[in-house]
Design a protein around this ligand. Structure first.
Ligand SMILES: *Cc1c(COP(=O)(O)O)cnc(C)c1O
Length: 421
């Protein structure tokens, strides 16, 4: 059965009363998913932003197979293994100079929790405890209690609000109003804070909101002025999404702490890292057990995950990987331009491989369910798109061809005729 309706599975971000079923996928390759009955879906959002080069990239699949012949999971305290050692060395090499230490975990949320804990540990162990976190309006950093606290408050976390800790929040730097963000950040930093956490250049789940590299650089400069730690949440932006390997490269900044997860293994298996500057590691370094960094995931540095990530870095080392990203960026620029003056959409935006447009909705009756209505509309046309409210965005795997993008844009055009105002 291709559309599974009766199942004990409780799915994520799903209202089962409105979305009673799910398509059962049996095969994935390149930019495509295939269901049991042969129905195909173009994966225009890279399976929730994790797939980078394409599904089942052969080098990564082969590395996973090979790794299973020698190691499965081993404890990572007191013991280590070559895939984790080699991957850490390679990550230090390819990230911006200064990110010298690599802490392993297994999801984006965890990598952010680790970053926040590192920041608080840093200040405490220096003997100047600071606990305030500054974040940005509309930010998203994960779904655990700590990361929800740093993220925007919304219907998604309303029931848990009593548990969320308070953060200082700067406004999103809207075009032309960047100074308001910078002034707010300066004010909060001056009052004293442990860290500022931000998604560089584009806020993903907050609606694919983009801002400039100049603003990012300026925010980093303000944090430096007050020695507030700068945490870059590159969980979505890492590994090519914004056109460069990492978004921070475009602002020529080195964060004090950086989080990477989606795309680290090319999307094949879960793995995450939190990288940091030497001073943060050194603040935890002392002949005193109490100053150790007390965090561990059971599956820390899983060897199969590390092998997949190493194979992913090998793919990136080939020039055609970067060429493919550059081509996809150019194809997306061209297609975004076509919609830029389309009166059915507002604020068409584009950054690297990502395009987002806000559909002006015809009937207010659609408002509450627009994202579900659009999702169904696209699914029925063999397309995996998951609008965020009325924001339709494309975030395809890097192997997507111009023809495949056109299929998706044709469906978006059709959706605008159906739902647009
Ligand atoms: C997806 C995401 C996370 C959370 O990652 P998970 O692996 O889903 O826990 C954190 N930050 C950003 C910017 C993300 O896009």
């Amino acid at each position: 059965m291709t559309f599974v309706t009766h199942s004990p599975v409780w799915r994520p971000f799903t209202q089962h009363a409105l979305q009673p079923g799910a398509y059962k996928i049996v095969h994935a390759e390149g930019a495509w998913l295939a269901a049991e009955d042969g129905t195909r879906f173009l994966d225009a959002i890279s399976s929730w932003w994790v797939i980078t080069h394409g599904h089942r990239r052969p080098e990564i699949m082969e590395a996973i197979r090979r790794q299973t012949e020698s190691l499965d999971q081993i404890i990572f305290a007191g013991f280590t293994h070559e895939p984790a050692e080699a991957l850490a060395r390679r990550l230090v090499e390819i990230t911006q100079t200064g990110l010298d230490y690599v802490f392993y975990s297994d999801s984006g949320s965890t990598s952010v929790e680790v970053a926040i804990k590192m920041a608080l540990g840093y200040w405490r162990h220096r003997g100047e405890p600071r606990a305030r976190v500054i974040a940005m309006a509309h930010g998203y950093h994960g779904d655990t209690v700590g990361t929800m606290s740093a993220g925007a408050r919304s219907v998604f976390n309303a029931p848990y609000e009593p548990l969320l800790f308070d953060v200082a929040r700067v406004p999103f730097p809207q075009a032309g109003k960047e100074q308001e963000t910078l002034d707010a950040l300066d004010g909060f930093c001056r009052e004293g804070a442990a860290a500022f956490i931000v998604e560089p250049l584009i806020l993903g789940a907050g609606g694919m909101l983009t801002y400039g590299a100049d603003t990012l650089r300026e925010m980093k400069r303000i944090c430096e002025k007050y020695s507030v730690l700068f945490i870059a949440d590159e969980v979505m932006t890492g590994f090519g999404r914004t056109g460069t390997l990492f978004a921070c490269e475009q602002a020529d900044i080195v964060p004090d702490i950086a989080c990477y997860s989606k795309g680290l293994t090319g999307g094949a298996v879960p793995l995450a890292v939190t990288m940091c500057k030497r001073k943060i590691f050194e603040a935890h370094y002392a002949p005193d057990r109490a100053r150790a960094f007390f965090h561990s995931s059971s599956y820390t540095a899983n060897p199969i995950g590390c092998a997949a990530a190493l194979a992913n870095l090998d793919v990136w080392a080939k020039t055609d990987a970067r060429e493919r990203v550059a081509n996809l960026c150019a194809m997306q620029t061209e297609r975004a331009a076509r919609f830029a003056r389309d009166p059915r959409f507002s604020s068409v935006r584009h950054l690297g491989t990502i395009v987002a447009l806000d559909l002006k909705i015809a009937q207010s009756g659609y408002l509450a369910t627009i994202s579900l209505d659009l999702m169904r509309f696209f699914n029925a046309r063999g397309l995996l798109l998951r609008p965020l409210g009325p924001t339709i965005y494309m975030l395809p795997p890097y192997c997507a061809t111009g023809g495949e993008l056109d299929l998706a844009y044709a469906a978006i055009d059709e959706a605008a005729r159906e739902f647009g105002g």
